[in-house]
Design a binder for this molecule. Structure first.
Ligand SMILES: [Zn+2]
Length: 345
């Protein structure tokens, strides 16, 4: 989906790090050693860096059966020890970091899809585009020659994994919805709710936006009630303009938002689908302690598969509760209660 340029995107943090298995097997004919890379784990407002084993490539660099990074520069090469160990200020850092996090998210969701009898998502092309300084990481879906690809635009080599996994969520949603989900502009629909829900359950975030968006983040777990607390696009933008650290980190973006709100205020009065997705995402995250994330990922995929592209928040919520009764009987009542409290059931 081509997004309006000014729209905020969910950014989030990563919980836990699967470092992958290091294959130390050796034989006289060939020695197989997994490549390694220095990547970032993003949590809250901080990034920690570590060197992890990464999945061996299949064919081209940074390509396996689920992820295909496009247009990787020639100088993104490992050092003598086989490690893509770049400083986080080096543009080359972005490639292995993106490969690791995209692969991790797709492996996780493909495991859940297999558990519910749906086909896996394969061969997701991802393009990294350099953004101008002063702009946060943003993402979109592009299409070329009939192939849909993820495009992440970033001024920092530490690509925000929340944006990355949100866009991958669009790809998963399109696949299980069986059509072009992602182009809808239905207010309070599920077009942006779906990727926010999938990203939140994968990254185990408790806030709508954490790493790059810092104090402009919207807390997913706060109580939102329909209809008086529905947030408009203008509310979301104002929260970013008013957030001191966010405004300091991304002055170009915030300046553009301020100008847009002043010159075209009438264009930003619609309910904001990103932040209002919290009406459903919040209750699902709150149910995780009772159900576990894997069960709720299945619940989300099954419900999204049920409602396809025509779903409203209410229809999706009904299906979430219905599948929770099977997948997690212990948490279903509480999920239903939380969704009712927010007015979406
Ligand atoms: Zn989106």
């Amino acid at each position: 989906m081509v997004r309006r340029w000014w729209m905020g995107l969910a950014a989030c943090a990563v919980a836990g790090c699967g470092s992958g298995a290091e294959d130390a097997s050796s034989s006289r004919e060939r020695i197989t050693e997994s490549p390694r890379a220095r990547v970032a784990e993003l949590a809250g407002e901080t990034a920690t860096f570590e060197t992890v084993a990464i999945e061996p490539f299949a064919g081209s660099p940074f390509t396996n059966d689920v992820v295909r990074l496009r247009d990787v520069p020639e100088d993104v090469k490992p050092d003598a020890s086989g490690c893509y160990c770049f400083a986080e200020t080096d543009a080359r850092f972005a490639y292995a970091h993106t490969y690791v996090h995209a692969t991790r998210a797709l492996r996780s969701y493909n495991a859940r899809l297999a558990e519910i009898g749906l086909a896996p998502v394969k061969d997701v092309p991802i393009s990294l585009v350099k953004a101008n300084a002063g702009m946060p990481t943003t993402g979109s879906l592009g299409e070329r020659n009939g192939t849909v690809f993820v495009e992440v635009t970033t001024s920092s080599p530490v690509v925000d994994t929340g944006v990355l996994v949100h866009e991958i969520g669009h790809i998963i949603h399109r696949k299980i919805a069986g059509s072009d989900a992602g182009t809808s502009s239905i207010p309070l629909g599920i077009t942006e709710l779906a990727p926010n829900l999938l990203a939140a359950l994968e990254l185990r975030i408790t806030r709508f936006a954490e790493y790059a968006w810092m104090d402009a983040a919207i807390d997913l777990t706060r109580e939102l009630h329909c209809p008086d607390r529905i947030l408009r696009d203008a509310d979301l933008f104002q929260s970013q303009i008013d957030a001191p650290r966010f405004a300091a980190a991304f002055p170009v973006w915030v300046g553009a938002l301020r100008e847009e709100l002043q010159t075209h205020p009438e264009q930003y009065q619609a309910p904001d689908e990103y932040s209002n997705s919290a009406l459903v995402v919040g209750p699902m995250l709150a149910t995780a302690p009772a159900c576990g994330y894997a069960a709720l990922q299945r619940v989300a995929l099954e419900a999204l598969h049920d409602v396809r592209t025509s779903g409203t928040m209410g229809a999706l919520s009904q299906r979430l509760v219905a599948h929770a009764r099977t997948e997690c009987p212990a948490g279903a009542d509480a999920l239903e209660e939380r969704l009712r409290a927010r007015g979406v059931l």
